[in-house]
Design a protein around this ligand. Structure first.
Ligand SMILES: NC(=O)c1ccc[n+]([C@@H]2O[C@H](COP(=O)([O-])OP(=O)(O)OC[C@H]3O[C@@H](n4cnc5c(N)ncnc54)[C@H](O)[C@@H]3O)[C@@H](O)[C@H]2O)c1
Length: 440
């Protein structure tokens, strides 16, 4: 099939590449000329495990191309994915300007039947706006071409995006006409050879499903974070509690890990956007508002622990920081808890020596030549001249460090672990003070 993907970011690039990998002819469009240049020169602009080799393979096979030409992109695909960003607006609602701009450019250039597929996470009712924007442009051109608008929210996880796209748990498709439904079946057939994964529904339900999924996952995290804070006060151990409840199949173990808050480009903005949508519809979402409030507070938990141990004035102190990305296996730092911690430490006069396996370049883009932030080449190098160690991302390579060596390097041998990576007795046996989240 001929497919166009509008927006070549984390979702667009992964979707386009995976669709090419099963034999489709894919053209990816982006307004960011630098991204397209990197892709055309054989690189990739983001870190995502397994993606670079897959992009190369499909480019070489001639099934995957990249362009900044809107006209060429609209002419190419019968299926036009919209995978542009939907960042939060000032009031927390989803900013749809990029989605509408993409829809308009389709309307401005289309000459034959198209299925426009909203893959971006968009509030309920957006498909209607996309439909109207295209109708507007067609009318301005005085042409009458058929098209369908489909909602197909994306559930991939950064860090495991290729795997998630190739072997999805489910593919949600909101569609209201038979022609588009048939094309969506055909498009996704290669990804569900083992059993049917397509869940077909009306457009509005599909749009809401994406928000409901992220809201539920965020709720589990905030619930556990609040319980962890309580466990600390009560002298209980949240890790034991986690296992005690996760073993109930009605609850399960997934997404029950307490930590220093969730971040990323999805949970924070999607929770806020759903709260906003609900408010506009005259239906408060009290639980979800609290999920968001609890998370905002939780991002300060490590800074509070550091201040409680070292005092308010951190001038002259260097904090070693393991992890910058909002979660492992990605370089994405959008809404990352590390950014709150870095801000809090700077405010109190500290310097930071950070190590992240892949996100240092993203931190450099965000912080520029900030003199108080140095980048280390490996975890132990981050401890050079540092007073204490703080951990904010659970990268695999942090899981089994040499605690004796950490103790020998730190001026004050203390670890503040925002991801509960260690059994407390182990760093303590090496002579380290160890503070985790919700643990004795
Ligand atoms: N990142 C994730 O893990 C994830 C997962 C599921 C869903 N989503 C949703 O998918 C959408 C995209 O997210 P992302 O993380 O890929 O964003 P991103 O910022 O990485 O990529 C968006 C891209 O769209 C481009 N763009 C903007 N306007 C354009 C236009 N008019 N024409 C062509 N290109 C344009 C931007 O330059 C950018 O490269 C969002 O709605 C997000 O909520 C993201």
């Amino acid at each position: 099939m001929k497919i166009t993907v509008i927006g070549t970011g984390y979702v667009g690039l992964v979707s386009g590449t995976c669709l090419a990998d099963v034999g489709n002819d894919v053209l990816c469009l982006d307004v960011d000329a630098n991204k397209i240049r990197i892709l055309n020169e054989g690189g990739i602009p983001i870190y995502e495990p397994g993606l670079e080799a897959m992009v190369r393979r499909n480019k070489e096979a001639g099934r995957l191309r990249f362009t900044t030409s809107v006209e060429e992109a609209v002419a190419h695909g019968t299926i036009q994915f919209i995978a542009v960003g939907t960042p939060p607006d000032e009031d927390g609602s989803a900013d749809l300007q990029y989605v509408v701009a993409a829809a308009r450019s389709i309307g401005r250039h289309m000459k034959d039947y198209k299925v426009i597929v909203d893959k971006s996470t968009v509030p309920v009712g957006t498909a209607d706006r996309v439909k109207a924007a295209i109708a507007d442009e067609l009318k301005a051109r005085g042409v009458n071409t058929d098209y369908s608008v489909v909602s197909n929210p994306e559930f991939l996880k950064e860090g495991a995006a290729v795997e998630d796209f190739m072997k999805p748990d489910r593919i949600v498709v909101g569609v209201e006409d038979a022609r588009a439904r048939e094309l969506m079946h055909q498009l996704y057939a290669p990804f569900q050879r083992n059993h049917e994964r397509l869940i077909v529904m009306d457009v509005r339900s599909a749009e809401l499903t994406k928000y409901a999924a992220n809201a539920m996952l965020a709720t589990r995290i905030s619930f556990m974070n609040e319980l962890a804070n309580l466990a600390e006060k009560l002298g209980a151990d949240i890790e034991l509690v986690r296992q005690g409840i996760g073993s109930d199949p009605r609850i399960g173990y997934h997404f029950l890990y307490p930590g220093c808050g969730y971040g990323g480009s999805c949970f924070p903005k999607d929770v806020q956007a759903l709260v906003r949508t609900a408010r506009e519809a005259g239906q408060g979402l009290k639980i979800l508002q609290s999920v968001e409030d609890a998370n905002e507070e939780q991002k300060y938990v490590l800074a509070k622990k550091i201040v409680a141990r070292l005092g308010e004035d951190l001038s002259g102190k260097t904090i070693a920081l393991w992890g910058l990305a909002f979660k492992p296996n990605t370089d994405d730092m959008r809404e990352a808890p590390s950014r709150v911690l870095i801000g809090e430490l700077f405010e109190r006069g500290a310097r930071i020596r950070a190590y992240d396996p892949v996100a240092a370049h993203e931190a450099q883009r965000i912080y520029g030549d900030e003199p108080r932030l140095a980048y280390a080449r490996n975890p132990m190098d981050a401890l050079e001249g540092a007073d204490v160690l703080a951990i904010v991302t659970e990268w695999k390579e942090f899981r089994a460090p040499d605690f004796e060596a950490i103790k020998a390097k730190l001026k004050t041998p203390v670890i503040f672990d925002g991801r509960n990576l260690y059994e407390p007795a182990i760093p303590r046996a090496a002579g380290l003070e160890y503070f985790a989240i919700g643990r004795k």
